[in-house]
Design a protein around this ligand. Structure first.
Ligand SMILES: NC(=O)c1ccc[n+]([C@@H]2O[C@H](COP(=O)([O-])OP(=O)(O)OC[C@H]3O[C@@H](n4cnc5c(N)ncnc54)[C@H](O)[C@@H]3O)[C@@H](O)[C@H]2O)c1
Length: 323
């Protein structure tokens, strides 16, 4: 039996090779496909691998009678209608592990860039100046790094910061107590605010975390604190952060993610000197993209060949009566 897998978004060749090397799989992956082409190909597909560019909605599913599994090569599944998939008995998975180290490395790079004013000093040199006094920096050794969200990326950041002599204060209310004790997490986010010199955000967006970095939270932080966000834009109340950056209450911020992407030209943080802005590059390394593609391909193969499911995003699908 041949399993037909459709890949309507760009996927790194390492992942595609795993599928193409198997005699029991047929793959259609011409690169980024139009909606029209996708609808034309999807009726035969048992497996679908997408990134964020393909909308897996009820309209697409109506053309996909053979579909059993959708894998998002990456983390966010906002482009996939989970309820519609569940109703049709289609398992939805993501492939979250490949991005972890790249995102943690970017967060750490941004911490160093803020602490040593790297982008501003570079811009000043290019403008023909030699401003050594203006860019006095701060050592990371002996400083306290607050990490909000100690999942995959938060822990990978902690591992990288410890050898620099930083004290880590991790906060994550959803880890089991044993894991929390093992990682030395602290139970109150207010303690992170009160003690951290640098705060790096790595939580999921849930009602409790949405807008959590607002004026009230900033008021509890050390004056001059540095804030890094490589998680999701919605964790921060941007207007409150911009006010605090203008007043110097927050010393600097480095931002990779925005509530709307790309952010509008009049975004409150654009134009502030003490801010580093990045165009959502956390996962943008060759290694991460290859790893994500491999994980997505392996999960499709494991599911269609062995029936094993990992990183399932719609667990309710298993409560459905078989189709
Ligand atoms: N910039 C990028 O390109 C990029 C790449 C990968 C991941 N991300 C984002 O980074 C974040 C972390 O990713 P991950 O792979 O480590 O996810 P993860 O699921 O492994 O970790 C997220 C952690 O957040 C914790 N959390 C939930 N509610 C919380 C709360 N109220 N306070 C503190 N922590 C809370 C969870 O318990 C979990 O441990 C996610 O938001 C993800 O979307 C961004």
């Amino acid at each position: 039996m041949t399993h037909y897998v459709l890949v309507p978004d760009d996927l790194e060749p390492e992942g595609l090779a795993l599928l193409r090397d198997r005699p029991d799989f047929e793959v259609y992956a011409p690169g980024k496909m139009t909606r029209e082409d996708t609808l034309a190909q999807v009726p035969r597909a048992e497996g679908l691998i997408v990134r964020s560019g393909t909308q897996v909605d009820a309209g697409l599913l109506a053309h996909a009678p053979a579909l059993k599994v959708v894998v998002r090569a990456g983390v966010g599944v906002d482009n996939i209608d989970l309820d519609a998939c569940t109703a049709r008995g289609i398992v939805v998975m993501n492939a979250p592990d490949g991005n972890t180290v790249s995102t943690a490395e970017l967060a750490f790079g941004l911490i160093l860039a803020l602490a040593r004013n790297i982008p501003r000093a570079d811009a000043s040199m290019r403008a023909g100046r030699w401003d050594r006094k203006q860019f006095m920096g701060m050592e990371l050794r002996g400083k306290t790094l607050g990490i909000i969200g100690m999942g995959r990326v938060g822990r990978a950041l902690a591992e990288r910061a410890r050898p620099f002599g930083m004290t880590i204060l991790g906060y994550d209310p959803f880890l089991p107590e044993r894991a929390a004790r093992h990682l030395g997490l602290i139970p109150q986010v207010n303690d992170v605010y009160a003690r951290a010199d640098i705060i790096s955000l790595h939580a999921l967006v849930v009602p409790e975390t949405q807008g959590m970095i607002n004026a009230a939270a900033i008021e509890k932080m050390k004056p001059g604190v540095l804030i890094v966000n490589t998680a999701r834009g919605k964790l921060i109340n941007t207007a409150d952060l911009a006010d605090a950056l203008r007043s110097g209450r927050v010393g600097g911020a480095a931002i990779d993610v925005y509530d709307v992407e790309p952010p509008p030209a009049d975004h409150p943080l654009a134009g502030l000197d003490n801010v580093i802005l990045m165009p959502h590059l956390g996962a943008s390394t060759y290694e991460a993209q290859a790893a994500v593609g491999i994980q997505a391909a392996e999960q499709v193969i494991n599911f269609l060949v062995n029936g094993t499911a990992e990183n399932v995003r719609n667990r309710a699908v298993f409560d459905q009566p078989p189709a």
